[in-house]
Write a protein that binds this ligand. Sequence first.
Ligand code: UD1
Length: 417
Amino acid sequence: MEKIVIQGGVPLTGEVQVSGAKNSSLPLLFATLLADGVSEICNVPNLRDISTAVKLLRELGADVSHHGDCIRVDARRIQSVEASYDLVKTMRASVLVLGPLLARCGHARVSLPGGCAIGARPINLHLKGFEALGARIQLDHGYVEATADRLRGAKIYLDMPTVGGTENLLMAAALAEGVTVLENAAREPEIVQLAEALNSMGAKIEGAGTAIIRIQGVERLQPLNCSVIPDRIEAGTFMIAAAITAGDLLVRGAVEEHQEALISKLVDAGVLIRPEADGLRVVGPEKLQPVDIRTSVFPGFPTDMQAQFMALMTKADGTSRISETVFENRFMHVCELQRMGADIQIDGHSAIIRGCTPLTGAPVMATDLRASASLILAALAAENTTEVSRIYHLDRGYEKIEKKLAALGARIWREQE
Ligand code: UD1
């Protein structure tokens, strides 16, 4: 087991390059299953979740090779249609093979993911959508078994704009017979990239990025060649790193349109943000103002930035309220931040943060991916030394984070426990 050690108190300065988006890379890698050929995806980050996705593709029979930051997937010989519990429990996004396998092979058997650290996270809306497309769904020994001769287009209203559900249904409907209309679809940038990628393969998708997506099914798709968009959550995490250390960073690859909600809240907190040619410059103030946030679906404030923003608010000059509306149990970082001296109270789905209590280094434990990032951020602003253990969560979603932060002046390194 490894841990990350941080000696806080250094204002970060310089430039940092954002890696490709994990949450875009995963559906794109699985979309390669839709084509009977060799696809190539570039700017893929080197992360544990990507290795899990590659392992799953190989188990299905795809031939996968790495070429720098590009991954080549030869999906000509798919031999299995099963995603095992071992893989799905390591990475929930494995359920995104359901749509492509069902559309291409007419059959998929995927373990149900079960609950996770941040909430129940069912996939009922994915399954309801597949049924609307004509698939037969059965639950058997913890596995979802989906079968269909050929999917047929349908009108599907999503009770909530689920990101994974929208992606799974987009991929399935791309090869269905006739027209599918997804209503109340998710609008995240990762959805737009997936739709553009599918269109480049020959799909006919309109409206991605809005709540209504229309998909005219086609007979077959060509292999995919694309480059992954920058990771807006990694970019946002570095923006907060600048803000919390009163630093001055150029976050290269940060896309303004992907960050509107975060930018607006950081500006309210007193942070200076200026678009530059290939990224965003972020300058942290001496004194941060308290700001309330409420997470919601895109273009609202991302739940994946909630924990990091909470770390920032522990340094604000006053009281702020952070409300989580997307996941039911996403305050696991609160107890750990309290161990570092933060004054935070939970009130139902909200956390009330009384800022300006000095943070002091402590041994803390990462509980999930974004919670880990919030502990690293708090540690960068804390006195003395913090040790963050269970960092395998962090390695799921942040590429070389300690190296990137060290290059900006942070005193941070990785050690064996
Ligand atoms: C994706 C992101 C994750 C992010 C989340 C919300 C990936 C790989 N992961 O996760 O980082 O935190 O979006 O922005 O892209 N729900 C249902 N039934 C369903 C599907 C979802 O009730 O069938 C609920 C979930 O329990 C949750 C909410 O809808 O409360 C949002 O989930 P969803 O948008 O599906 O998130 P993911 O795709 O799992």
